[in-house]
Each structure stands twice: as structure tokens, then as C-alpha cells.
Design a protein around this ligand. Structure first.
Ligand code: PLP
Length: 365
């Protein structure tokens, strides 16, 4: 692609798509991230050539040379967003331009070729058009979209690759919480950190997740659902969970969330919550929050609610926190009113059931 020309997508329809009856059966109980649609998008980049060979093609395995750079040095980034069936039969996305911008920012941090934001958005449209029959229409269902990109050059040298492959796959998903929203218990890790200043915490790269898995396993071994990471320098301030940002709600209705320090992933749900809460007239403060403060304010009762947020679960109440020295319960440990109210408002906007004063909903079909 040169001079800002629009990339044309070649469409290669899947000769053996999943039969409609089987697809309906799969959509009735999709789970999360286990079933995939009939097609994917692939676009290649090479040094001196730019982006080329954009395709919608049958979903299937990728063949990789054992010396492909990503397998050795983990130059890989991804995104996650959802397409929703609108009540009028159309399909909508929530703030996809924000995912496009973050994907480009992640690419720059990982010394990869940034995909033009318009091409990222086009890829979402193309895949949803061919696989529209896979967008769940059941309440709370959605089509989870997973754009990703990796160093596809075959070379063992340590340097930014000269070839990349961008792909987009899609997975129909059911409700994150089956049987209603339940508060989670978090483990505050003092053995591990997620991201240090100057590191890759701001980028959505697979490596951050690889590094967090041992801490997540530790959380599970302590009977917790998720891990909370403290900052890598002082080991005092709350950063975020393994894949979700965190908010604190005080008795005066104020919301506090850790400021984006460079080691926190700038969540689009986080940004949407800040905007929505301010729109309701609430005070939202972005600042450092120490774990000592969390404990003291939970004990005094000033802290009324804590929640985590991200695309997959939207807003999740945090009822309890455990650490090596003890545990705390936030208020009565149940889902809070502010958390559940913001959650409902966000879900209603995402599904086109409420007014969209911020222009967040992007029509695809
Ligand atoms: C993706 C992600 C989030 C949430 O981002 P959303 O845009 O709200 O989905 C938070 N933390 C980490 C580490 C993430 O990778």
C-alpha cells in the first residue's frame, strides 16, 4: 500500500462453512474463546513493501517455520473487542477506533510496523460481513474479535523483524457470568510484578500475559479468582489485575482509579467508566492508590465498593482481597450499587438500548 491508498481485500469464501444447524447449536452455548467462525483476515507487511495481500479466507491453522522470529523473541501484540447484535438485526461495535489506536501504539512500543487505523477498522467490517451469521443474538452474547500481529520473518537474529503478519479471528461468546454477576476475590501479589517503568506494561503484548501466569496461578492456589499487581518500584501502589483495570468507590460517591503511569494498560472500559461517571456528576480521580490505603479505607468503612473492568467481563465487583498477611472484605462483600449501575449503563449503550451521548457505538451492518 502506498500513498495512503486503501487496501483491497480479496475474499476467499470458505468452501466448507459450518452448517447452519450446527452453528445454531454451537451458538446456544458458546462458552468463551473455544469456537471460531468460518473465516479470518490476514494482511502481510514487509520492509520496503508496506502492507499487502489483504485477505478474508477460511479459518484454519497457520504453518510456521521453526525459526519464525515470534517463536523465539515474542514480538507479538493483540487486541480484544466485541461485536453486538442490535435489536433491529444490525451489528454494532463499541469504540473500535480506540482499539485501532491502541493497536498502533502497541506496535510502536514493540518496534513493529503499525497497521493503519483505517485498515484495522476495515478488517473488522470485512470479517463481520462474511461471518455475520456467527454474531450471537441471545441476551448477553457477543462476537469477540481478536486482532493480533506477530513477527513472521524467518530469522534468529535479535532485531525488529522485517516481516509481520496481521490476523483477525472471531469467537462467539456467551455471558461472562453465568447465573448473574458475582463478586470476585483477588490475591495481592508480593512475589511478582506485572510491569516496570520503561517496560511494556502499556502495550497489549502477549509477553505481559506470559509473565503474569505464575502470579495468577498463585492467586488460584490461595483460593482467589484473580491477581492484583502492585507497582514494581515501591511495591506499594495498586497497578491493575492481570487483564483488567481497577476502581475504588468511596462513601461520598467519588471514584478513584490508579493513574496511567506507563506500567498500566490504558483500558477502553476504564476510559468509558471515567467518562460515564463524570457525566453522572461524580468526581473521578486518577491518582496512585496504595494497598495500605485500600486496607485502611476498607477497615474504616469509607471504601464502599471496588471493581475491575475490561472488555470481557465489563465491570466485575471485587468483594474480598487476600495477601500474605491477611484478608479484607469491601463493605458487605456483595456487588455494590455504583458498580452495578455503571455496568448496566455501559452494557445498555454497547447494545444500542440506551442513548449514546459520546458517539461510542459504531454501526457495522
Ligand atoms: C486489555 C487489558 C485491559 C482492559 O482493556 P479494555 O480495553 O477495557 O478491554 C486491562 N488490563 C490489561 C493488562 C489488558 O491487557
Amino acid at each position: 500500500m502506498s500513498g495512503g491508498d486503501k487496501l483491497d481485500f480479496e475474499i476467499r469464501p470458505n468452501p466448507r462453512p459450518v452448517a447452519a444447524a450446527e452453528r445454531e447449536a454451537l451458538l446456544a452455548n458458546p462458552g468463551f474463546g473455544r469456537i471460531f467462525t468460518d473465516h479470518l483476515v490476514a494482511i502481510r507487511w514487509a520492509e520496503g513493501k508496506g502492507w499487502y495481500d489483504a485477505r478474508v479466507e477460511p479459518y484454519g491453522p497457520i504453518q510456521l517455520d521453526p525459526a519464525t522470529a515470534v517463536l523465539h523473541y515474542a514480538q507479538e501484540i493483540f487486541e480484544g473487542l466485541k461485536a453486538y447484535a442490535a435489536d433491529d438485526g444490525g451489528v454494532v461495535l463499541f469504540r473500535p477506533e480506540a482499539n485501532a489506536a491502541r493497536f498502533a501504539a502497541s506496535a510502536r512500543r514493540m518496534a513493529m510496523a503499525p497497521l493503519p487505523e483505517s485498515t484495522f477498522l476495515d478488517s473488522l467490517h470485512k470479517l463481520i460481513e462474511v461471518d455475520r451469521g456467527w454474531v450471537p443474538t441471545a441476551d448477553e452474547g457477543s462476537l469477540y474479535l481478536r486482532p493480533f500481529m506477530y513477527a513472521s520473518e524467518v530469522f534468529l537474529g535479535v532485531k525488529p523483524a522485517s516481516e509481520y503478519l496481521y490476523m483477525l479471528i472471531a469467537s462467539p461468546v456467551g455471558p461472562y457470568f453465568t447465573g448473574g454477576v458475582k463478586p470476585v476475590t483477588v490475591w495481592v501479589s508480593d512475589d511478582y510484578t506485572r510491569a516496570a517503568p520503561g517496560g511494556t506494561g502499556e502495550a497489549k503484548c502477549g509477553g505481559n500475559y506470559a509473565a503474569s501466569l505464575v502470579a495468577q496461578a498463585e492467586a488460584i492456589s490461595h483460593g482467589c479468582d484473580q491477581v492484583v499487581f502492585l507497582d514494581a518500584v515501591h511495591r506499594r501502589y495498586v497497578d491493575e489485575l492481570g487483564g483488567m483495570n481497577v476502581f475504588f468507590v468511596y462513601d461520598d460517591g467519588t471514584l478513584v482509579t490508579p493513574e496511567l503511569s506507563g506500567s498500566i494498560l490504558p483500558g477502553i472500559t476504564r476510559d468509558s467508566v471515567i467518562t460515564l461517571a463524570r457525566h453522572q456528576g461524580r468526581t473521578v480521580v486518577e491518582r496512585q492508590v496504595s494497598f495500605d490505603e485500600w486496607r485502611a479505607d476498607a477497615a474504616s468503612g469509607r471504601l464502599r465498593e471496588v471493581f475491575a473492568c475490561g472488555t470481557a467481563a465489563v465491570l466485575t465487583p471485587i468483594g474480598q482481597a487476600r495477601w500474605s498477611g491477611g484478608e479484607l472484605t469491601v463493605a458487605d462483600g456483595g456487588p455494590g450499587e455504583v458498580t452495578m449501575g455503571l455496568r448496566q449503563q455501559l452494557v445498555d449503550i454497547q447494545r444500542g438500548r440506551a442513548a449514546d451521548p459520546f458517539g461510542w457505538v459504531h454501526r457495522v451492518l
